[in-house]
Write a protein that binds this ligand. Structure first.
Ligand code: ASP
Length: 347
């Protein structure tokens, strides 16, 4: 749906049409509805993208908007099939010369995974901005409208190009590679624990703390067409480490999955029993990546574990949930631990 443009703001050249920004909606709390404005329970993915846009009439002063409903789910139910459809639409919009930038509205729970997936599969030559909300659309002081306004302002801005997908929440701008949901509640729920946010919104202008990287994207690129339909993508599970972790859970998963990511204690570590089971799995051709459950820091090769001998891959700065995405895509190309490690080292 194209919405009627309002007069240009001072940021635009007088007489020029407003930039065209595409908004792809997938659901989430930003589209969530409560029984009453003060209730703490709600259903994510309840209102349509048209209703969402209509709740922020000020958007018409920023951009001409083209909206599409890709899905309407709580992002805890995000699927690979939706990712594939979303990536295909974003790619098509990237190729559309009329479109200046793209916004994806999304639930916050798996927003970082979708952003990372898009970074790996979409040629991001234009601003691509993901946004969500911590409070439902019907809440008192809902944060969705302001977040959406900031996302459209960012997506129409030339300085948001060449940085890969960006995430904007609560006025902070994050890269897809770094961003994490770091709190289960509260408005300030997103962070980039290792490198920090890369910018902030000042009114309708982004203020970036640094220049874009010299290479436009730090991501490896995976061709969507070569991936095939989502149900056939390699299967990767995450094993969460804890005190006294036993081998049986790993043995069971190794029989079912193509790859395992260890959300390890500390620097990607686990009990001897678990590490032996992972080594067994690796010997049977299951790809094994070591990440950390701590939420930040770096999991390097060989600090406490001989990754070379075990055939393990070290996740570096990637969280377990992002390591799962990269391993899944990497396994469409190779099962060789050395080549898979190279994908994780490509930063
Ligand atoms: N469960 C919701 C979702 O991810 C939470 C949110 O959007 O904040 O869709």
């Amino acid at each position: 749906m194209d919405q009627t443009p309002a007069p240009a703001t001072s940021a635009m050249t007088k007489g020029q049409p407003l930039p065209l920004v595409a908004v792809l909606a997938t659901g989430g709390t930003i589209a969530g509805v409560q029984a009453s404005a003060t209730s703490s329970s709600y259903v994510a993915g309840s209102i349509t993208v048209e209703q969402l846009m209509a709740s922020v009439p000020q958007l018409a002063g920023l951009a001409r908007l083209r909206t599409e409903q890709i899905a309407n789910v709580g992002s805890q139910n995000m699927t690979h099939a939706v990712w594939r459809a979303l990536a295909a639409r974003v790619s098509a919009l990237e190729a559309d010369p009329d479109v200046q930038g793209v916004v994806v509205t999304h639930g916050t729970d798996t927003l970082e995974e979708t952003a990372f997936f898009l970074g790996l599969t979409v040629p991001a030559s234009k601003p691509l901005v993901l946004v969500g909300a911590m409070r439902p659309a019907t809440a008192l002081s809902a944060d969705g409208p302001a977040n959406l306004y900031a996302a459209v302002a960012l997506a129409r801005h030339a300085s948001a190009k060449a940085r890969g997908p960006l995430v904007i929440m609560n006025g902070d701008i994050h890269t897809a590679r770094e961003v994490q949901k770091i709190a289960a509640s509260g408005l300030n729920a997103f962070g980039s624990p290792n490198g920090g946010r890369i910018g902030v919104m000042v009114g309708i202008e982004p203020l970036f703390h640094g220049q874009p990287p010299q290479t436009p994207s730090a991501f490896e690129h995976f061709d969507l067409a070569a991936l095939g339909p989502a149900p056939q993508w390699p299967r990767v599970a995450i094993v969460y480490a804890h005190a006294d972790l036993q081998a049986d859970v790993i043995d069971a998963l190794a029989a079912l999955y193509d790859g395992l990511v260890l959300a390890g204690v500390g620097d990607g570590n686990a009990t001897d029993a678990a590490l032996h089971a992972l080594k067994r799995a690796s010997g049977q051709g299951v790809a094994v990546v070591r990440a950390s459950r701590t939420g930040s820091g770096y999991v390097g090769r060989g600090a406490e574990i001989d990754d070379g001998a075990a055939g393990f891959i070290a996740a570096g700065e990637l969280s377990a949930q992002k390591a799962r995405v990269l391993l899944m895509l990497g396994l469409t190309r190779t099962r060789d631990p050395g080549r898979l490690q190279a994908l994780f080292d490509n930063r």
